[in-house]
Design a protein around this ligand. Structure first.
Ligand SMILES: CCC/C=C/C(=O)SCCNC(=O)CCNC(=O)[C@H](O)C(C)(C)COP(=O)([O-])OP(=O)([O-])OC[C@H]1O[C@@H](n2cnc3c(N)ncnc32)[C@H](O)[C@@H]1OP(=O)([O-])[O-]
Ligand SMILES: Cc1cc2nc3c(=O)[nH]c(=O)nc-3n(C[C@H](O)[C@H](O)[C@H](O)COP(=O)(O)OP(=O)(O)OC[C@H]3O[C@@H](n4cnc5c(N)ncnc54)[C@H](O)[C@@H]3O)c2cc1C
Length: 664
C-alpha cells in the first residue's frame, strides 16, 4: 500500500519528543537544519541515484563515481554552499571517492605540516580542486610500521632538489585512495636523507600526473591495485600503487613545519615534536569515531524498523503473529547496538572537542596534551570501528534471510565499513599504543606526576585497587557512580596487573611483546571506561525535550551494563564486583530493554535519515517492506529475460542428455 505508514502505530508509542532528540543527535539545531537540508537535496536529485551500484562492473562503477563527484562540486558552486554544507552534501552522496582523500587527508596534511608559505601556495589550488591530492604513506611492505617505510627522498645540494626513489618492490606505495587513477598530486612519506644521513620519515608534496593530459610525469609508475571486498562497496575508490624512479622535486615541497632542510642541505628541527608528522592520522582517527556512530546507527535503523515490521510465530485467537522486535533475544542483541550508536555519537563529540583543544594549544607551542590526543584517538578509533563492524553484521543477522539481500542495504554497508578496522591504523596496533600510554602513566605515578585527562583516575589507583562495589539491588546499577566505580576499578586493576607482570622482565620491550594480549585487554577496558564516562558527562548537560534526557539515561545504562555483562569475567576476576552484583546488572538490563521497546522506532527516527541515504528496503521509513522487496526482485538483470543467457548453450544439452539416458 503506497503512501501508508505501516510503522505509524509504532511511532505513536514513543514516550519522548523525537524532534528534540533529533537535535541532540545532530549536535545542535543548526547542525540538524543543515544536515536535513543537504540530505534532502541529495535524495531528491536523480543524479545521485545509488540503488544500482551492486550491479555495475568496475569501470562503469568508477566512471559513475567520477560523474557524481564532478556533479556534486558543480552543485556546491552553483548553490554557493558553505564548507560545512559542502562537506555534509558529500557525505550524503554516500560513495567512497577520491574526494574523501583530497579533503580528508591531502588538505589536512598540508594544513597540519606545512609552513605559512606552503599553505599560501598549495591550499588555494587544492581548495578550488585545481589540483587533486591523496595521502601516499603505506607501502607494499609496510603499513603499520611507519618508521619501516623504504621510499627514499635524498637531497641534492647541487640542484636544490630532492630525489625520490623506490629502491625495492616492497617500497612501492600501495593502498592510497584516489592515487590509482585520479590524483594529480600526493603527500608522499619517505625517508629523508641529507649528506648520507637518514633522518627518518617525512612528508613531501609531489606532483604525479600532468595537469594538461593527466599522464604520469617522467619516472612515475602509477595504477590501481585491483578489486576489493564486496560488489560496488569500496570499489568506487581507486586505491593505487606508485613507484618513483629518481623523480626530482624542488626543496620547498618538503612539508617543513616540523623540520626543514636548508639550501646548504642542513637538517634543522623546529621546537615542534617529531610526532606531528603523524598529525594527519590523529585528525582522521578523530573523524572516524563520529563516522562509526553514523554507520552503526544506519544499520540499527534498518534492523529496528524491519524488526517491527517482521512477524514470526505466536498468532493466537485471530491476533497477528508476534513482531520479532518483541522477542527478548532480539531486544538483547539490538538495543545494546542502539545504545552504542548514541554512545559513540557523544564520545565522538567529546573527541572533536579534545582535538580542537589540542590544536589550539599546539598553535601556542603547548604540546603537553599530544600524548592524550594520540591515545584517545587511537583507542577510540579502534574500539568504535571494531564494535561497528561487528554491529553491522549483527544487524544483518537480526534481519534474517532478507538481510542478506543487497536491497537490505546491509551487505554493502558492511563491505564499505570493515576496512576501517584496518586503515588509519590496524585496531590491535592502535590498542597497543594505548597500552604503552597506560604503562607509561603507571610508571610515572611514583614520581609524583599527576595523571590528567582520561587517565586521571589512575591518580586514585590505590583506592581503586581496594574499592568494592556497594550495589545491593538491581536499581542501584542505575546510579552513574556505581557504574563508573566498577569500570574505573576494572580498568585500573587490569593495567596495574600488566605493569606488575611487565616489571618481571629485565627487557621491557620483550615483556611488552610477551604480554601484548593482556595489554590489549587493559587498553580496551580503559577505552570502554572513556565511552561510559563521556556518556555520563553528556547527561550532566541541560538536555531539553519531553522524555529525551530520561531515555538517554536508559541508553547510557544499557551501554554500560551490557558491557559489564559481556565482560563479566573481567569484573569478577579483578574482584571489582561480586557474582551477585553481576546478576543484578543483568536483571536491570532486562528492565531497561522493556523501557526502550515502545521508543525504539522513535529512537531510530531521531537519526533523521532519508530513505535515499539508508538505501534499504527493510529500513524504509514507511515500513512498506514486502511489496517493495517483491518489486525490487524483478529489477534484477537476470529477470530481463525469462530464459537466461547460457541456458541453450549449457543446460539444454544437459537436460537432453539426461532425457536420453532415462530412455536407455
Ligand atoms: C578514508 C580512509 C583512508 C585511509 C587512509 C590511511 O589508512 S592512511 C595510513 C594510516 N597508517 C597508519 O595509521 C599507520 C599506523 N602506524 C602508526 O601510526 C605508527 O607507526 C605507530 C603509532 C604504530 C608506531 O609509531 P612509531 O614507530 O613512531 O613508534 P612508537 O610506538 O615507539 O612511538 C614513538 C612515540 O610517538 C608517539 N606517537 C605515535 N604515534 C603518534 C601520533 N599519531 N601522535 C602523537 N604521538 C604519537 C608514541 O606514543 C610514542 O611516544 P613516547 O612513548 O615516546 O612518548
Ligand atoms: C581500504 C583501505 C584504504 C587505505 N587507504 C590508505 C591511504 O589512503 N593512504 C595510505 O597511506 N594507506 C592507506 N591504507 C593502508 C592502511 O593504512 C594500512 O593497511 C594499515 O595501516 C594497516 O597496515 P598493514 O596493511 O601494514 O597491516 P599489517 O601491520 O601488516 O597487519 C597484519 C597483521 O599483523 C598484526 N600486527 C602488525 N603489527 C603488529 C604488532 N606490532 N603487534 C601485534 N600485531 C601486529 C595486525 O594486527 C594484523 O593482524 C588503506 C588500507 C585500506 C584497506
Amino acid at each position: 500500500m503506497e503512501g501508508v505508514d505501516h510503522l505509524a502505530f509504532e511511532r505513536n508509542k514513543a514516550q519522548f519528543d523525537v524532534d528534540a532528540m533529533k537535535i541532540v543527535w545532530a549536535g545542535s539545531s543548526h547542525a540538524l537544519e543543515v544536515s536535513d537540508r543537504m540530505s534532502r537535496l541529495v535524495a531528491s536529485d536523480p543524479a545521485f541515484r545509488k540503488d544500482n551500484r551492486a550491479m555495475l562492473g568496475r569501470k562503469e562503477l568508477f566512471k559513475n563515481t567520477l560523474r557524481k563527484a564532478a556533479y556534486a562540486l558543480k552543485r556546491i558552486i552553483e548553490l554557493r554552499l558553505s564548507e560545512e554544507e559542502a562537506s555534509m552534501l558529500r557525505s550524503f552522496v554516500d560513495e567512497p571517492a577520491f574526494t574523501d582523500l583530497h579533503w580528508g587527508m591531502f588538505v589536512p596534511a598540508i594544513k597540519g605540516q606545512g609552513t605559512e608559505e606552503q599553505l599560501k601556495k598549495w591550499l588555494p589550488l587544492a581548495q578550488k580542486m585545481q589540483i587533486i591530492g591523496c595521502y601516499a604513506q603505506t607501502e607494499l611492505g609496510h603499513g603499520s610500521n611507519v618508521q619501516g617505510l623504504e621510499t627514499t627522498v635524498t637531497f641534492d645540494p647541487k640542484t636544490d632538489e630532492f630525489v625520490i626513489h623506490s629502491p625495492t618492490l616492497t617500497s612501492s606505495k600501495w593502498w592510497p585512495g584516489g592515487l590509482g587513477k585520479i590524483s594529480t598530486h600526493a603527500v608522499v612519506y619517505g625517508r629523508l636523507i641529507t649528506d648520507g644521513q637518514d633522518h627518518g620519515v617525512h612528508g613531501f608534496i609531489v606532483q604525479l600526473r600532468s595537469l594538461d593530459d593527466h599522464l604520469p610525469l617522467p619516472g612515475i609508475t602509477v595504477g590501481d591495485i585491483g578489486m576489493k571486498f564486496g560488489n560496488g562497496a569500496y570499489n568506487t575508490m581507486d586505491n593505487g600503487v606508485l613507484r618513483f624512479d629518481h623523480v626530482r622535486i624542488p626543496r620547498d615541497q618538503m612539508l617543513m613545519r616540523v623540520s626543514r632542510v636548508t639550501r646548504e642541505g642542513k637538517y634543522v628541527q623546529s621546537n615542534v615534536p617529531r610526532q606531528l608528522v603523524y598529525g594527519t592520522m590523529v585528525y582522521v582517527r578523530q573523524t572516524i569515531v563520529s563516522d562509526a556512530s553514523t554507520a552503526l546507527s544506519r544499520a540499527v535503523c534498518i534492523a529496528t524498523r524491519y524488526s517491527a515490521v517482521r512477524r514470526q510465530f505466536g498468532a493466537t485467537g485471530g491476533n497477528p503473529e508476534s513482531q520479532v522486535i518483541d522477542y527478548k533475544t532480539q531486544q538483547a542483541r539490538l538495543f545494546p547496538l542502539l545504545a552504542s550508536a548514541y554512545a559513540f555519537r557523544f564520545v565522538g563529540e567529546w573527541l572533536k572537542w579534545l582535538y580542537t583543544d589540542v590544536m589550539t594549544r599546539l598553535q601556542a607551542n603547548d604540546f603537553s596534551t599530544l600524548p592524550e590526543a594520540h591515545a584517545c584517538t587511537a583507542g577510540l578509533k579502534s574500539l568504535t570501528t571494531s564494535a561497528t563492524s561487528d554491529g553491522i553484521e549483527e544487524c544483518r543477522k537480526l534481519c534474517g534471510g532478507h538481510g542478506y539481500l543487497c536491497s537490505s542495504g546491509l551487505p554493502e554497508l558492511f563491505a564499505v565499513y570493515v576496512p576501517t578496522c584496518t586503515y588509519e591504523g590496524d585496531n590491535i596496533v592502535l590498542l597497543l599504543q594505548v597500552a604503552r600510554h597506560l604503562m607509561k602513566t603507571i610508571s610515572q605515578l611514583g614520581s609524583g606526576k599527576k595523571p590528567v585527562g582520561t587517565v586521571a583516575y589512575m591518580g586514585r589507583v590505590e583506592q581503586l585497587m581496594e574499592s568494592r562495589s556497594d550495589v545491593q539491588k538491581a536499581e542501584d546499577w542505575l546510579n552513574p557512580s556505581a557504574v563508573l566505580g566498577a569500570f574505573e576499578a576494572r580498568a585500573a586493576r587490569k593495567s596495574v596487573a600488566c605493569a606488575k607482570n611487565l616489571s618481571k622482565f629485565s627487557n621491557p620491550e620483550e615483556g611488552f611483546l610477551e604480554l601484548s594480549n593482556d595489554l590489549v585487554e587493559a587498553a580496551r577496558a580503559h577505552c570502554q571506561l572513556i565511552v561510559v564516562s563521556k556518556f555520563i558527562d553528556k547527561l550532566q548537560q541541560d538536555i531539553p525535550g519531553k522524555g529525551v534526557k530520561q531515555l538517554l539515561e536508559v541508553l547510557c545504562s544499557i551501554y554500560a551494563l551490557f558491557h559489564l555483562h559481556k565482560h563479566l569475567g573481567d569484573f569478577l576476576s579483578t574482584g571489582c564486583i561480586t557474582s551477585k552484583q553481576g546478576s543484578l546488572a543483568n536483571d536491570q538490563l532486562r528492565s531497561l530493554y522493556s523501557q526502550v521497546r515502545p521508543n525504539a522506532i522513535g529512537l531510530v527516527d531521531a537519526f533523521n535519515y532519508t530513505d535515499h541515504y539508508l538505501s534499504s528496503i527493510l529500513g524504509r521509513y514507511d515500513g512498506n517492506v514486502y511489496p517493495k522487496l517483491y518489486e525490487e526482485a524483478w529489477k534484477d538483470p537476470l529477470n530481463d529475460s525469462v530464459i537466461p543467457d547460457g541456458f541453450q548453450e549449457y543446460i539444454r544439452p544437459m537436460l537432453k542428455q539426461q532425457l536420453r539416458n532415462a530412455r536407455l
